[in-house]
Design a binder for this molecule. Sequence first.
Ligand SMILES: [Zn+2]
Length: 84
Amino acid sequence: MPELSCQDLIRFLDDYVDMTQSDKVRVAFDGHLKNCPNCVAYLKTYRDTISLARGACAEDAAAPPPDDIPEELIQIILKSRPSD
Ligand SMILES: [Zn+2]
């Protein structure tokens, strides 16, 4: 496999992060990352973004808004709104 360029790395980043790529691609990625701090930084940012996004989704799924919100709380929320 020829050496990856930064563009190649970015193009296959999804697969790399999801570990759906072949071993050959993974080895090429790791080889590139060893020599390219820019891509290491990019990958880190990319992963952070994904985990943030997934965390937000997981939170939504795990904690749907309760449908038994106390009346007091509703009043507090309504009162705290700027009146127009
Ligand atoms: Zn690179």
